[in-house]
Design a binder for this molecule. Sequence first.
Ligand SMILES: *Cc1c(COP(=O)(O)O)cnc(C)c1O
Length: 378
Amino acid sequence: MPFNLSLAERDAAGLKRSLPVIERVDGRCLYAGGKHYLNFAGNDYLGLSRAPELLAASEQAARDYGVGAVASPLVVGHQAIHRELEAELCDWLGLGAVMLFSSGFSANQAVIKALLGKEHTLWQDRLNHASLQEAGLLSPARMVRFAHNDMNALAAKLKPAAGLIVSEGVFSMDGDTAPWPGLVRLARQSGNWLMIDDAHGLGVLGEEGRGTLAEQGLAASDVNVFMGTFGKALGVSGAFVGGSRELVEYLHNFGRSYIYSTHLPPPQAAAVLAAVRLVRKADDKRAHLRELVAQFRDGVSGLPLTLLPSATAIQPLVVGEEAATLRLAAALKQQGLWTGAIRPPTVPKGSARLRITLSAAHTQADVQRLIDALHSAL
Ligand SMILES: *Cc1c(COP(=O)(O)O)cnc(C)c1O
């Protein structure tokens, strides 16, 4: 059978993935196989996944609304708690309207497939997340990729008023940020729409944690489509798409993964609402996280590996070869430190890496343990 063959090939190439069973996990720690580890592989950047405020809100909502939404949003699934969360997101980010999705993957499918027809072009940064690439491949629009964060490369490929430019705020496997003032300028000059996927910037960057645009002195209204997720710094799961009222009304009508999917469970919407309220006031957590990032970068600067230029919670150490990456991750695991070994096709060939993520839930001593372990493993 063909799939057997490709699995064997992946295995032989050291690229087969398997599913670890985690017994308990939060922003700082995890337990697996009865062993305790420090967690440097997750996306709970502010350590909110077990915050008492989120637990209380979700328990209360389960009693008030039930654990399931009962239907898709346009049928009878859209409840008062969903509306309340949408209003909070609009207020926080300065958006005209917002809609909720059960995942960022599905939010990106809805936007790109509903907005673009075969007469359109979609310009994507080459390192955009798989959910954006997938939506682009499945949409009838022509997809054009441009070199990572290269505004000259994008400018050379743009056509006037022909479609949508999309990029990430913070790149999920590299940790660097896109040059948003440049993207906004090119989109305006060429008369094309602009979309941000700020899965990893939201909550972490900018005033009140409003994300990459705020960090770079821009407003939500500088882009046409603002997509963010609840599964990273907000500590829950799900996503939103925001923009003008017209955009959201359009997607209510044409966004297939929105229309034909059960709405977010009310306890999840309530937990996200509690998370947003915490995140807006979490300057202390963001400051602590920035200190840990500086400590880590300083501590590993002498290692014989490439530390990518990232000022965010994502701190990738590029090893290059797949087997060596796995060996390094295994050596760290031996010492009770769990990092992500990221291999192709998630990242380009020859750039296998440890994707190390820091969280405000870590202490300076935790980060020092990681630094020491990396020095002794290399
Ligand atoms: C995680 C992620 C997504 C997908 O979001 P989910 O809610 O996990 O489906 C989309 N885009 C980017 C950049 C991401 O990192």
